[in-house]
Ligand binder design. Structure first.
Ligand SMILES: [Zn+2]
Length: 323
């Protein structure tokens, strides 16, 4: 259905689905997970968008948004992390909203009225092709979430760990495969697994993209991003994170899962890219200054956050949930 649904109706449908969820294949699914998974967009028209558009991220985003028009959300930002050199940030800018800030609204009724930030991990797509167990990749992602959770300025922020999914998580993954993989469900912040499906669809096979975060924001009846708390930033619906499984992933050495998860989770918690990229004369290697988790490119194992990362997090979350 492409007809615009009023927000209230979408919310009621969400509750209805949550109440009627069948119990098949949900042995590992906690009640909390089920309660926080939003199914209101499961009836959108599905187009298969896997054309391998290479670097043409903006036109790929336009195709994604065409396919979900009328759903009340829009893919607003794609932030990707480079294995060598710089990643980038691409805004969906067909209405001149380039560089639009974006954050969650505390108590947003469209996200169920919660003031915590729920997160889930894909329990089916670890970096197993690199020889890691699901438990190892999942543990590294959990470590990254704990690192952000331990920042002391944001004591009002509760990161609600919903657990790992017993099904293939991933909203964008579902969009690019026509529903064959992933799932048309979402919660606030999703680590949607290691695969090549999503990164290949946008950046093409063999890209240098290690990880990517998709930010979906709510739009109004005119198709414009909403700002119901009047803070000058678009209201985030959810964020969906992927890891490119064509790389060799490791624990504590290159390419380190926790380091990349820490960066992507930073996007999940509303931080943008930071720092300037330099190439040194001698060895041609890339460097960032100042070095930070939120640099746009991977420069080695980095599992503690830097001063600029901390400052960015505090500006976003220091007043939460009162902003
Ligand atoms: Zn990034």
């Amino acid at each position: 259905m492409k007809n615009l649904k009023p927000i209230l109706l979408a919310f009621m449908v969400t509750l209805l689905f949550a109440c009627n969820k069948d119990s098949d294949n949900t042995d590992n699914l906690s009640n909390e997970f089920d309660k926080r998974i939003n199914r209101s967009l499961a009836d959108i028209d599905v187009n298969i968008i896997n054309s391998g558009r290479g670097a043409d991220v903006e036109s790929w985003m336009a195709a994604i948004n065409e396919s979900i028009s009328g759903s009340g959300i829009e893919l607003g930002v794609v932030e990707y992390y480079g294995a060598d050199g710089a990643g980038n940030t691409v805004f969906f800018n067909n209405r001149g909203n380039k560089q639009l800030g974006h954050d969650f609204v505390p108590g947003d009724i469209r996200r169920g009225g919660f003031t915590d930030i729920a997160y889930a991990r894909d329990g089916t797509e670890g970096a197993t092709s690199s020889g890691l167990t699901q438990a190892q990749t999942d543990g590294a992602i959990l470590n990254a979430m704990t690192t952000w959770d331990n920042v002391t300025c944001s004591s009002g922020l509760v990161l609600n760990n919903l657990g790992s999914s017993p099904f293939d998580l991933g909203y964008v993954e579902a969009l690019v495969t026509g529903g064959a993989h992933g799932a048309f469900v979402f919660t606030d912040l999703m680590h949607s697994g290691f695969n090549t499906t999503v990164t290949d669809a946008i950046f093409g096979p063999g890209s240098n993209v290690l990880g990517v975060t998709f930010t979906f924001w709510w739009i109004d009846g005119s198709g414009d991003p909403t700002d119901i708390d009047n803070n000058g930033k678009a209201d985030v619906a959810f964020r969906d994170i992927y890891y490119n499984d064509s790389f060799f992933w490791a624990i504590g050495s290159n390419i380190d899962v926790e380091t990349v998860a820490l960066h992507e989770a930073g996007h999940g918690l509303s931080q943008g890219h930071f720092g300037k990229l330099f190439r040194s004369n001698g060895n041609g290697k890339f460097h960032f200054a100042p070095r930070a988790v939120m640099n746009a490119g991977y420069t080695g194992v980095q599992t503690t956050i830097g001063a600029t990362d901390n400052a960015g997090h505090c500006s976003n979350w220091g007043q939460w949930p009162n902003n």
